[in-house]
Design a protein around this ligand. Structure first.
Ligand code: 5HU
Length: 152
């Protein structure tokens, strides 16, 4: 009975999302990552990599080795149902995570501001799991995210 109850609760949980955003590539869009994280949580999703939107991130990650960061993030990615990346600020880590998510076979949504110089590796990728959208303003960003979550 208890197991059935647990199953029902876990079935009701929203999708697990890996939020991907630049860290060493530059933190200038931190407010946007914060908005994405809040929007996802309000839409009922569980953001496994919430640390990407944490203004205090540098302090916590400074206490971790490079290997610990990599292992933690790949573990979270493997548990995720989908990945949402903000690709306006070019970042090696974001590009790597997009690729790993596609190899794992989960849907990937890449979002960017209309004037961003997004890589052809993202814009030119015809894979059915990858969706790339420009957002002209914050309201559009939120709308695209909510539609993506609902369609999962
Ligand atoms: O300290 C970190 N913590 C961390 O979670 N990451 C992951 C999550 C981000 O989506 C992505 C950012 O990569 P980059 O640092 O190359 O911009 O890599 C990356 C770093 C630093 O490279």
């Amino acid at each position: 009975m208890e197991t059935m109850e647990k199953m029902r609760v876990s079935e009701q949980r929203g999708p697990k999302i890996f939020l991907s955003g630049s860290i060493r590539g530059g933190r200038q869009l931190l407010d946007t990552y914060r908005l994405m994280c809040d929007t996802l949580e309000e839409a009922g999703a569980e953001v496994l990599s919430w640390h990407v939107a944490d203004p205090e991130l540098e302090k916590t990650e400074m206490r971790m080795t490079e290997e610990e960061i990599y292992i933690r993030d790949m573990g979270l990615l493997m548990k995720s149902d989908a990945l949402i990346a903000e690709v306006t600020v070019p970042s090696t880590g974001v590009g790597y995570e997009i690729c790993r998510a596609l190899v794992k076979g989960i849907p990937v949504l890449c979002l960017h501001s209309p004037d961003a110089a997004v890589s052809a590796m993202v814009l030119g990728n015809p894979g059915p799991l990858l969706e790339v959208r420009a957002y002209p303003d914050k309201a559009s960003l939120q709308k695209i995210i909510i539609e993506f979550i609902k369609a999962l």
